[in-house]
Design a protein around this ligand. Sequence first.
Ligand code: MRU
Length: 351
Amino acid sequence: MEADFDFDRYDRVRPIRWTGDALELLDQRKLPFAVEYVHCGDVRAVAEAIANLTVRGAPAIGIAAAWGAVLAARDVEASNGREALERLEPALATLNAARPTAVNLAWALARMRRALLDAGDAWRVALDREANAIATEDLAANRRMGALGAAMIEPGSRVLTHCNTGSLATAGFGTALGVIRAGVAQGRIDKVYAGETRPWLQGARLTVWELQQDGIVPTLIADSAAAHLMRTGAVQWVIVGADRICANGDTANKIGTYQLAIAARHHGVKFMVAAPSSTVDLETPSGDAIHIEEREATEMFHLGGVRTAANDIEAWNPVFDVTPHGLIDVIVTERGVIEHPDEAAMRAAFA
Ligand code: MRU
Protein backbone atom coordinates (compact mmCIF):
# COMPACT_ATOMS: atom_id res chain seq x y z
CA MET A 1 0.00 0.00 0.00
CA GLU A 2 2.91 2.34 0.73
CA ALA A 3 5.10 1.14 -2.13
CA ASP A 4 4.13 3.92 -4.54
CA PHE A 5 5.39 6.67 -2.20
CA ASP A 6 8.90 8.05 -2.52
CA PHE A 7 9.68 8.83 1.15
CA ASP A 8 13.07 10.32 0.26
CA ARG A 9 11.53 12.99 -1.91
CA TYR A 10 9.14 14.15 0.80
CA ASP A 11 9.45 14.63 4.53
CA ARG A 12 12.97 15.89 5.14
CA VAL A 13 12.46 17.75 8.45
CA ARG A 14 13.25 16.12 11.80
CA PRO A 15 12.30 17.99 15.01
CA ILE A 16 13.93 15.64 17.56
CA ARG A 17 17.52 14.34 17.56
CA TRP A 18 18.92 12.02 20.22
CA THR A 19 22.71 12.30 20.28
CA GLY A 20 23.33 9.45 22.70
CA ASP A 21 23.73 11.74 25.68
CA ALA A 22 21.50 14.74 25.00
CA LEU A 23 18.29 15.69 23.24
CA GLU A 24 18.36 18.27 20.45
CA LEU A 25 15.04 19.93 19.64
CA LEU A 26 14.40 22.01 16.55
CA ASP A 27 13.27 25.33 18.02
CA GLN A 28 9.73 25.72 16.68
CA ARG A 29 9.37 29.12 18.32
CA LYS A 30 11.89 30.50 15.81
CA LEU A 31 10.88 28.69 12.62
CA PRO A 32 10.84 29.46 9.74
CA PHE A 33 13.12 32.45 10.21
CA ALA A 34 15.86 30.55 12.05
CA VAL A 35 16.59 26.82 11.92
CA GLU A 36 18.23 26.15 15.29
CA TYR A 37 18.33 23.17 17.59
CA VAL A 38 18.05 23.64 21.38
CA HIS A 39 20.33 21.38 23.43
CA CYS A 40 18.60 19.65 26.37
CA GLY A 41 21.06 17.98 28.71
CA ASP A 42 18.69 17.19 31.57
CA VAL A 43 15.04 16.41 32.28
CA ARG A 44 14.30 19.93 33.50
CA ALA A 45 15.35 21.36 30.14
CA VAL A 46 13.12 18.86 28.30
CA ALA A 47 10.07 19.68 30.45
CA GLU A 48 10.67 23.37 29.88
CA ALA A 49 11.04 22.86 26.11
CA ILE A 50 7.68 21.04 26.03
CA ALA A 51 5.96 23.72 28.10
CA ASN A 52 7.35 26.66 26.11
CA LEU A 53 6.60 25.04 22.69
CA THR A 54 10.20 24.60 21.55
CA VAL A 55 8.87 21.14 20.72
CA ARG A 56 5.14 20.78 20.07
CA GLY A 57 2.56 18.55 18.47
CA ALA A 58 1.08 15.60 20.37
CA PRO A 59 3.32 12.75 19.15
CA ALA A 60 6.47 14.89 19.27
CA ILE A 61 5.99 15.88 22.90
CA GLY A 62 5.47 12.20 23.79
CA ILE A 63 8.74 11.28 22.10
CA ALA A 64 10.60 14.20 23.71
CA ALA A 65 9.24 13.19 27.14
CA ALA A 66 10.44 9.61 26.62
CA TRP A 67 13.98 10.88 25.98
CA GLY A 68 13.53 13.22 28.97
CA ALA A 69 12.99 10.10 31.11
CA VAL A 70 16.22 8.63 29.72
CA LEU A 71 18.03 11.84 30.72
CA ALA A 72 16.45 11.78 34.20
CA ALA A 73 17.78 8.24 34.66
CA ARG A 74 21.34 9.59 34.43
CA ASP A 75 20.91 10.97 37.94
CA VAL A 76 19.48 7.78 39.42
CA GLU A 77 21.27 4.79 40.95
CA ALA A 78 19.16 1.62 41.28
CA SER A 79 19.78 -2.10 41.15
CA ASN A 80 16.60 -2.93 39.21
CA GLY A 81 13.82 -1.35 37.17
CA ARG A 82 11.28 -1.20 40.00
CA GLU A 83 13.68 0.66 42.25
CA ALA A 84 14.61 2.99 39.37
CA LEU A 85 10.94 3.72 38.70
CA GLU A 86 10.37 4.77 42.31
CA ARG A 87 13.31 7.18 42.14
CA LEU A 88 12.31 8.48 38.72
CA GLU A 89 8.69 9.22 39.63
CA PRO A 90 9.23 12.94 40.49
CA ALA A 91 10.96 13.53 37.12
CA LEU A 92 8.22 11.65 35.25
CA ALA A 93 5.58 13.73 37.05
CA THR A 94 7.38 16.94 36.01
CA LEU A 95 7.40 15.82 32.38
CA ASN A 96 3.75 14.77 32.55
CA ALA A 97 2.70 18.17 33.91
CA ALA A 98 4.40 20.11 31.10
CA ARG A 99 1.24 20.14 28.93
CA PRO A 100 -2.16 18.70 29.85
CA THR A 101 -4.24 18.10 26.71
CA ALA A 102 -2.26 15.80 24.39
CA VAL A 103 -2.58 12.27 25.75
CA ASN A 104 0.55 11.16 23.88
CA LEU A 105 2.65 12.69 26.66
CA ALA A 106 1.09 10.54 29.41
CA TRP A 107 0.96 7.57 27.03
CA ALA A 108 4.70 7.72 26.30
CA LEU A 109 5.55 8.05 30.00
CA ALA A 110 3.27 5.09 30.81
CA ARG A 111 5.24 3.05 28.27
CA MET A 112 8.50 4.11 29.92
CA ARG A 113 7.12 3.08 33.32
CA ARG A 114 6.08 -0.33 32.00
CA ALA A 115 9.48 -0.84 30.40
CA LEU A 116 11.10 -0.20 33.78
CA LEU A 117 8.77 -2.59 35.59
CA ASP A 118 9.55 -5.34 33.09
CA ALA A 119 13.31 -4.73 33.24
CA GLY A 120 15.70 -6.24 35.77
CA ASP A 121 19.18 -4.87 36.31
CA ALA A 122 19.45 -3.88 32.63
CA TRP A 123 16.85 -1.16 33.16
CA ARG A 124 18.92 1.62 31.58
CA VAL A 125 19.14 -0.29 28.32
CA ALA A 126 15.39 -1.01 28.53
CA LEU A 127 14.61 2.71 28.93
CA ASP A 128 16.78 3.64 25.96
CA ARG A 129 15.22 0.93 23.83
CA GLU A 130 11.70 2.02 24.71
CA ALA A 131 12.30 5.68 23.83
CA ASN A 132 13.75 4.59 20.52
CA ALA A 133 10.78 2.29 19.87
CA ILE A 134 8.27 5.07 20.60
CA ALA A 135 9.91 7.25 17.94
CA THR A 136 10.36 4.50 15.36
CA GLU A 137 6.81 3.24 15.74
CA ASP A 138 5.44 6.77 15.37
CA LEU A 139 7.15 7.24 12.01
CA ALA A 140 5.86 3.87 10.79
CA ALA A 141 2.32 4.66 12.00
CA ASN A 142 2.35 7.99 10.17
CA ARG A 143 3.41 6.42 6.90
CA ARG A 144 0.68 3.83 7.19
CA MET A 145 -1.92 6.50 8.05
CA GLY A 146 -0.80 8.53 5.07
CA ALA A 147 -1.65 5.67 2.76
CA LEU A 148 -4.96 4.85 4.47
CA GLY A 149 -6.13 8.46 4.61
CA ALA A 150 -5.10 9.34 1.07
CA ALA A 151 -7.01 6.35 -0.28
CA MET A 152 -10.23 8.00 0.86
CA ILE A 153 -9.67 11.15 -1.19
CA GLU A 154 -11.00 11.48 -4.72
CA PRO A 155 -8.32 12.42 -7.31
CA GLY A 156 -8.27 16.16 -8.00
CA SER A 157 -9.46 17.18 -4.52
CA ARG A 158 -8.57 20.36 -2.68
CA VAL A 159 -8.11 20.32 1.09
CA LEU A 160 -7.85 22.61 4.10
CA THR A 161 -5.68 21.81 7.11
CA HIS A 162 -5.20 23.49 10.48
CA CYS A 163 -2.26 23.92 12.85
CA ASN A 164 0.86 21.87 12.10
CA THR A 165 0.55 18.11 12.04
CA GLY A 166 3.61 17.34 9.96
CA SER A 167 7.10 16.01 10.52
CA LEU A 168 7.59 18.89 12.95
CA ALA A 169 4.82 17.53 15.19
CA THR A 170 5.85 13.87 15.04
CA ALA A 171 8.83 11.55 14.55
CA GLY A 172 8.42 12.31 10.85
CA PHE A 173 5.98 12.38 7.92
CA GLY A 174 3.12 13.68 10.04
CA THR A 175 -0.47 12.71 10.69
CA ALA A 176 -2.94 14.94 8.82
CA LEU A 177 -0.03 16.41 6.88
CA GLY A 178 1.15 12.86 6.15
CA VAL A 179 -2.23 12.12 4.58
CA ILE A 180 -1.85 15.34 2.58
CA ARG A 181 1.73 14.46 1.51
CA ALA A 182 0.60 11.03 0.34
CA GLY A 183 -2.48 12.52 -1.33
CA VAL A 184 -0.40 15.06 -3.27
CA ALA A 185 2.13 12.40 -4.28
CA GLN A 186 -0.66 10.20 -5.62
CA GLY A 187 -2.37 13.00 -7.53
CA ARG A 188 -5.42 12.86 -5.29
CA ILE A 189 -4.83 16.31 -3.84
CA ASP A 190 -4.39 19.23 -6.25
CA LYS A 191 -4.32 22.08 -3.76
CA VAL A 192 -3.64 22.57 -0.06
CA TYR A 193 -5.01 25.46 2.00
CA ALA A 194 -3.48 26.04 5.43
CA GLY A 195 -5.11 28.13 8.16
CA GLU A 196 -2.81 30.56 9.99
CA THR A 197 -3.69 29.08 13.41
CA ARG A 198 -3.75 32.08 15.69
CA PRO A 199 -2.31 32.92 18.09
CA TRP A 200 0.83 30.88 17.71
CA LEU A 201 0.74 30.64 13.90
CA GLN A 202 1.61 26.95 13.57
CA GLY A 203 -0.04 27.07 10.12
CA ALA A 204 1.54 30.28 8.83
CA ARG A 205 5.02 29.58 10.19
CA LEU A 206 5.34 25.79 10.32
CA THR A 207 2.93 23.99 7.97
CA VAL A 208 3.54 26.29 5.05
CA TRP A 209 7.32 26.09 5.55
CA GLU A 210 7.26 22.32 5.92
CA LEU A 211 5.27 21.83 2.72
CA GLN A 212 7.64 24.16 0.88
CA GLN A 213 10.54 21.85 1.81
CA ASP A 214 8.68 19.10 -0.08
CA GLY A 215 8.07 21.24 -3.14
CA ILE A 216 4.34 21.58 -2.32
CA VAL A 217 3.04 25.14 -2.68
CA PRO A 218 0.29 25.73 -0.10
CA THR A 219 -2.14 28.64 0.03
CA LEU A 220 -2.34 30.38 3.39
CA ILE A 221 -5.69 31.67 4.66
CA ALA A 222 -6.66 33.66 7.73
CA ASP A 223 -8.48 31.39 10.18
CA SER A 224 -11.52 33.58 9.77
CA ALA A 225 -11.60 32.89 5.99
CA ALA A 226 -12.32 29.17 6.38
CA ALA A 227 -16.12 29.19 6.26
CA HIS A 228 -16.10 31.48 3.23
CA LEU A 229 -13.57 29.19 1.51
CA MET A 230 -15.93 26.25 2.07
CA ARG A 231 -18.94 28.18 0.85
CA THR A 232 -17.20 28.88 -2.46
CA GLY A 233 -16.78 25.13 -3.02
CA ALA A 234 -12.98 25.45 -3.02
CA VAL A 235 -12.31 22.45 -0.74
CA GLN A 236 -13.73 18.94 -0.49
CA TRP A 237 -11.95 17.88 2.70
CA VAL A 238 -10.81 19.37 5.99
CA ILE A 239 -7.96 17.19 7.31
CA VAL A 240 -6.70 17.72 10.87
CA GLY A 241 -4.73 15.95 13.57
CA ALA A 242 -5.66 15.28 17.19
CA ASP A 243 -4.32 15.67 20.71
CA ARG A 244 -6.75 13.26 22.33
CA ILE A 245 -9.48 11.07 20.87
CA CYS A 246 -12.01 9.94 23.49
CA ALA A 247 -13.83 6.64 23.85
CA ASN A 248 -16.83 8.06 21.98
CA GLY A 249 -14.73 9.61 19.19
CA ASP A 250 -14.89 13.21 20.48
CA THR A 251 -11.56 14.77 19.51
CA ALA A 252 -9.45 17.52 21.07
CA ASN A 253 -7.27 19.42 18.64
CA LYS A 254 -5.88 22.92 18.12
CA ILE A 255 -8.26 25.75 18.90
CA GLY A 256 -10.32 26.54 15.81
CA THR A 257 -10.78 22.91 14.76
CA TYR A 258 -14.33 22.77 16.15
CA GLN A 259 -15.52 25.75 14.12
CA LEU A 260 -13.96 24.18 11.00
CA ALA A 261 -15.96 21.00 11.66
CA ILE A 262 -19.20 22.96 12.06
CA ALA A 263 -18.58 24.89 8.86
CA ALA A 264 -17.57 21.73 7.01
CA ARG A 265 -20.77 19.92 7.94
CA HIS A 266 -22.84 22.96 6.97
CA HIS A 267 -21.21 23.11 3.53
CA GLY A 268 -21.04 19.37 2.80
CA VAL A 269 -17.24 19.29 3.13
CA LYS A 270 -15.83 16.02 4.54
CA PHE A 271 -13.97 16.14 7.84
CA MET A 272 -11.05 13.76 8.53
CA VAL A 273 -9.06 13.33 11.76
CA ALA A 274 -5.71 11.55 11.33
CA ALA A 275 -3.84 10.44 14.44
CA PRO A 276 -1.82 7.46 15.65
CA SER A 277 -3.46 5.02 18.06
CA SER A 278 -1.25 6.58 20.79
CA THR A 279 -3.66 9.55 20.64
CA VAL A 280 -6.69 7.37 21.39
CA ASP A 281 -7.68 7.52 25.06
CA LEU A 282 -10.43 5.06 25.95
CA GLU A 283 -10.15 6.14 29.61
CA THR A 284 -11.69 9.50 28.76
CA PRO A 285 -15.35 8.85 27.94
CA SER A 286 -16.11 12.06 26.07
CA GLY A 287 -14.80 15.50 25.24
CA ASP A 288 -16.40 17.00 28.37
CA ALA A 289 -13.75 15.24 30.47
CA ILE A 290 -10.74 16.64 28.57
CA HIS A 291 -8.54 19.19 30.31
CA ILE A 292 -8.23 22.02 27.79
CA GLU A 293 -4.94 23.86 28.16
CA GLU A 294 -5.21 27.62 28.63
CA ARG A 295 -2.04 29.59 28.01
CA GLU A 296 -0.94 33.07 28.97
CA ALA A 297 -3.19 35.81 27.63
CA THR A 298 0.00 37.65 26.65
CA GLU A 299 0.46 35.20 23.72
CA MET A 300 -2.44 37.07 22.09
CA PHE A 301 -1.07 40.55 22.52
CA HIS A 302 2.01 40.34 20.30
CA LEU A 303 3.10 39.14 16.87
CA GLY A 304 6.84 38.70 16.38
CA GLY A 305 7.50 40.88 19.40
CA VAL A 306 5.27 43.71 18.13
CA ARG A 307 2.22 44.59 20.21
CA THR A 308 -0.94 44.10 18.12
CA ALA A 309 -3.65 44.49 20.78
CA ALA A 310 -4.70 47.55 22.72
CA ASN A 311 -3.01 48.06 26.07
CA ASP A 312 -4.56 47.23 29.44
CA ILE A 313 -6.98 44.58 28.18
CA GLU A 314 -7.81 41.03 29.16
CA ALA A 315 -7.79 38.00 26.84
CA TRP A 316 -8.84 34.37 27.05
CA ASN A 317 -6.46 31.91 25.42
CA PRO A 318 -7.69 28.29 25.34
CA VAL A 319 -5.32 26.50 22.92
CA PHE A 320 -7.43 23.43 22.13
CA ASP A 321 -11.10 22.71 21.53
CA VAL A 322 -13.23 19.59 21.23
CA THR A 323 -14.93 18.47 18.05
CA PRO A 324 -17.92 16.22 18.87
CA HIS A 325 -17.74 12.86 17.12
CA GLY A 326 -20.97 13.55 15.22
CA LEU A 327 -19.13 16.16 13.14
CA ILE A 328 -16.28 13.80 12.19
CA ASP A 329 -16.70 11.77 8.99
CA VAL A 330 -13.64 9.61 9.45
CA ILE A 331 -10.88 8.93 11.96
CA VAL A 332 -7.74 7.44 10.42
CA THR A 333 -5.16 5.67 12.59
CA GLU A 334 -2.43 3.21 11.61
CA ARG A 335 -4.84 0.45 12.65
CA GLY A 336 -7.43 1.41 10.08
CA VAL A 337 -10.20 3.78 9.18
CA ILE A 338 -13.28 4.43 11.32
CA GLU A 339 -16.13 6.06 9.43
CA HIS A 340 -18.83 7.86 11.45
CA PRO A 341 -16.98 7.29 14.75
CA ASP A 342 -18.99 6.65 17.91
CA GLU A 343 -18.38 4.72 21.10
CA ALA A 344 -19.26 1.32 19.61
CA ALA A 345 -16.97 1.81 16.62
CA MET A 346 -14.13 3.15 18.79
CA ARG A 347 -14.34 0.29 21.28
CA ALA A 348 -14.55 -2.26 18.47
CA ALA A 349 -11.35 -0.83 16.99
CA PHE A 350 -9.31 -0.13 20.12
CA ALA A 351 -10.59 -1.96 23.20
O1 MRU B 1 -0.11 23.55 20.68
P1 MRU B 1 0.42 22.58 19.68
O2 MRU B 1 1.13 23.22 18.54
O3 MRU B 1 1.23 21.49 20.34
O4 MRU B 1 -0.88 21.89 19.08
C1 MRU B 1 -0.72 20.89 18.12
C2 MRU B 1 -1.99 20.38 17.55
O5 MRU B 1 -3.07 20.74 17.97
C3 MRU B 1 -1.90 19.32 16.50
O6 MRU B 1 -2.95 19.41 15.60
C4 MRU B 1 -1.93 17.93 17.18
O7 MRU B 1 -1.02 17.88 18.24
C5 MRU B 1 -1.64 16.85 16.23
S1 MRU B 1 0.05 16.87 15.72
C6 MRU B 1 0.33 15.53 14.78
